[in-house]
Design a binder for this molecule. Structure first.
Ligand SMILES: Nc1ncnc2c1ncn2[C@@H]1O[C@H](COP(=O)(O)OP(=O)(O)O)[C@@H](O)[C@H]1O
Ligand SMILES: [Mg+2]
Length: 252
């Protein structure tokens, strides 16, 4: 695909005898907001880990902006412009929100900039804190924030790396409904600034509001690639979710 930002082909991953992903493939075009769906345990977070370089794939190709990133480290991939947020972001105890945001850009720009506190950087951080509704907690230890605030802070940290694409792992899980609404607007604005988004999410309302396309996985494979409005009429998708619920009922 000529305008593809992320192209995944034949990706596989096992942990010991547990094959978690098998022959996964899809591509994402520049500027898209794509939802990555599927029942718990189907391999969504593992796929984000492979895309962002947390650990390598056993087989297959992961190309970002036309370049094969397979085997590259998380830092190398982040420097190319692909960053991700985690399902359960952990934050350092000893750093405040503002200090963490300063450090985030320093990592990408070299050690010297760790001590740089110039006006443009301060203004950028102020703008981010304001946009993410985190200004009032800027001097608090990052670890003391609520779950929802940590999710917002992890988006702010991702933005500090000047990314071309962000992968978000369940950005609204455990987040207050008011903040969820704020998150939709925020992700739309981030996308409008030219950043492609891949979002793992369970909230169908959120998906319908935000995504133009959904990739659905079940048991480590892609089972559908369709518009959010087509999900409920896709038999395989319905079966993946209902089959899972039936299984749970049978086990209860
Ligand atoms: N680092 C790991 N080591 C061993 N098994 C893992 C690891 N990460 C994920 N898994 C396994 O991979 C499977 C898929 O997990 P995950 O990708 O977290 O699913 P999802 O995000 O779709 O809920 C699970 O069986 C999980 O136990
Ligand atoms: Mg997950």
């Amino acid at each position: 695909m000529p305008d593809s930002v992320l192209a995944i082909e034949g990706v596989a991953k096992s942990f010991g005898a547990n094959q978690v992903l098998a022959n996964v493939g899809f591509s994402i075009s520049k500027g898209e907001i794509v939802g990555l769906l599927g029942p718990n345990g189907c391999g969504k977070s593992t796929l984000l880990n492979l895309i962002s370089g947390v650990f390598p794939a056993d087989a297959g190709i992961l190309a970002f902006q036309g370049e094969n990133m397979t085997g590259q480290s998380m830092d190398q991939i982040a420097r190319r412009g692909l960053v991700r947020t985690f399902q359960l972001p952990s934050m350092p105890r000893r750093m405040t929100v503002a200090e963490l945001l300063h450090g985030a850009a320093a990592r990408g720009a070299g050690f010297g900039s760790l001590f740089r506190r110039d006006a443009s950087e301060m203004a950028e951080i102020d703008g981010l804190l304001d946009e993410l509704a985190l200004s009032h907690v800027r001097h608090l230890p990052a670890a003391s924030l609520s779950g929802g605030q940590k999710k917002l802070l992890s988006i702010a940290l991702a933005l500090r790396a000047s990314p071309r694409m962000i992968c978000l792992d369940e950005p609204t899980a455990g987040v207050h409904p008011n903040l969820r609404h704020h998150m939709v607007g925020l992700l739309r604005r981030i996308n409008a600034s030219g950043i492609t988004l891949l979002i793992v999410e369970h909230d169908m309302h959120f998906i319908r509001e935000l995504c133009s396309r959904c990739v659905v996985m079940d048991r480590g494979a892609v089972i559908a690639d369709c518009k959010p409005s087509e999900l409920t009429s896709n038999e395989q998708v319905v079966e993946a979710y209902l089959g899972n619920a039936r299984q749970k009922r049978a086990m209860a």
